[in-house]
Design a protein around this ligand. Structure first.
Ligand SMILES: NC(=O)c1ccc[n+]([C@@H]2O[C@H](COP(=O)([O-])OP(=O)(O)OC[C@H]3O[C@@H](n4cnc5c(N)ncnc54)[C@H](O)[C@@H]3O)[C@@H](O)[C@H]2O)c1
Length: 414
């Protein structure tokens, strides 16, 4: 019987995969998004253990997602004999403790963002999982959104030429749990919470192989009564000459603003990740409730996402993570990426204080060495560089040229 290649690939793929038996540490906001993604589409993977701080939260989660076992103790969850994979969806100050438990019981570990509250903490986790030869995945969902997966393909094809500038914004009215607002527990404010996403998004466009060199950052506490920053804008300079820009805020009003731009020498990408995905709903407010993550209203014109799990990258992220685990390979995002992101954020915090460019200090760099800034100049002829070519509104074709030897710039009407 004739079978298509697509069928063969599909069945071969299925044959290799096993059902993951997951312990979810944390039953809060992101734990439930993760669970919806993992179990919401008749997938084969199952959460078999839920750990949370309070019994009621464990029971509610266990009931909702049909989870067999629950506990309030991290170690009890990780060590359970049925568990073969651990997902960490706990507040930032508990990531290290949870990862060390995974190492103790040698359970593959996937950790949410940010990996650490600072680079030193992230580096300890990286060193520890690698010394134990433990599978590790960094759950940066935003580099897995369908829009970005397509953008990565477009960039890899050369359609944008040399990447010069990648700007990433995440802004919303602030997080939903008390611990985020405590600088010690969270490790910082809007930078640690949101710039970790934006930095990895920009890195994924500029090239993860290209070394981040230095950071300049402004941050302030403009609105909220907290010690940490509620708004920041930063520039990350890469060895190729590219600039990554992050814009993050906990003071933005109007929902969850995820917008990104990539500029290359040959092209441009603009993407609106959440509030303008093409679905626009008007309602008087009757009968509504939840519209979308961090939406501030359920009345008037609203902009829900059709499928939040997919738009935010969770489905593709877990597919990559579990496929990599089955095939004994590294996923696209590992703790090393989490560590690099933490190192960039450390430099950003230093720059906020010093008001200077601050170097990105990496104990270990695994990308390309000494990237030269590659020239993107276009030669018009042997003697001239082309600065610009344009057809004007009055029909003239103009060239702006630069003499290679003298450096003189002049225009020529064709
Ligand atoms: N898109 C994303 O990737 C994304 C989005 C939101 C949050 N996160 C990350 O997920 C992690 C958890 O964030 P969240 O929004 O789910 O938080 P949350 O407060 O909603 O949930 C935290 C969970 O941890 C449990 N917990 C256990 N010990 C605790 C303690 N000592 N203090 C507080 N909670 C404790 C809580 O019971 C709760 O179930 C954080 O690292 C956060 O940065 C990632």
């Amino acid at each position: 019987m004739l079978r298509s290649i697509a069928w063969w690939r599909r069945t071969r793929h299925l044959g290799q995969n096993k059902m993951r038996k997951i312990a979810m540490l944390g039953s809060g906001f992101i734990g439930r998004f993760y669970a919806d993604s993992i179990q919401g589409y008749r997938n084969r993977d199952r959460i078999v253990m839920i750990q949370s701080r309070q019994e009621e939260s464990c029971l509610s989660f266990a009931h909702h997602y049909h989870v067999a076992h629950w506990t309030t103790q991290i170690e009890t969850a990780v060590s359970h004999p049925e568990v073969d994979t651990v997902i960490i969806a706990l507040p930032n100050h508990l990531h290290e403790e949870a990862i060390m438990a995974c190492i103790k019981y040698h359970k593959p570990v996937l950790c949410t963002k940010p990996l650490g509250r600072n680079a030193a903490e992230a580096y300890r986790m990286l060193e520890a999982v690698e010394a134990a030869h433990l599978f590790n995945g960094y759950l940066e969902d935003l580099v897995y959104t369908p829009k970005f997966l397509k953008s990565h393909q477009v960039i890899a094809s050369g359609a944008l030429g040399k990447i010069l500038w990648a700007k990433s914004r995440e802004a919303h009215p602030g997080p939903h749990s008390e611990w985020f607002w405590n600088k010690e527990l969270a490790g910082g404010g809007a930078i640690i919470d949101l710039a970790c996403h934006c930095i990895e998004v920009s890195r994924s466009f500029i090239g993860k192989d290209i070394r981040p060199v230095e950071v300049m950052c402004w941050a302030d506490t403009q609105v909220k009564p907290i010690d940490a920053e509620d708004h920041a804008i930063g520039l990350v300079k890469y060895e190729s000459g590219a600039i990554g820009q992050f814009e993050v805020s906990w003071t933005f009003r109007g929902g969850l603003d995820l917008r990104d731009e990539v500029m290359g020498s040959e092209g441009t990408i603009w993407s609106n990740g959440f509030m303008r995905t093409g679905l626009e709903v008007f309602t008087s407010g009757k009968g509504t409730g939840y519209m979308a993550e961090k939406a501030e209203t359920d009345q008037g014109w609203t902009f829900p996402a059709g499928d939040e799990l997919n738009e935010l990258g969770y489905n593709h992220m877990f597919t990559d993570m579990f496929d990599a685990l089955d095939q004994n390979m590294a996923p696209k995002e590992t703790f090393y990426d989490g560590y690099v992101v933490n190192a960039i954020m450390d430099a950003a915090y230093l720059s906020v204080k010093s008001k200077q460019w601050e170097p990105v200090v990496l104990n270990v760099w695994r990308g390309a060495e000494q990237q030269e800034e590659t020239s993107v100049l276009t030669s018009y002829d042997q003697d001239h560089w082309l600065v610009k070519e344009e057809v004007t509104h009055y029909g003239a074709k103009k060239l702006i040229l630069k003499e290679k030897v003298s450096g003189r710039i002049f225009e020529r009407l064709l």
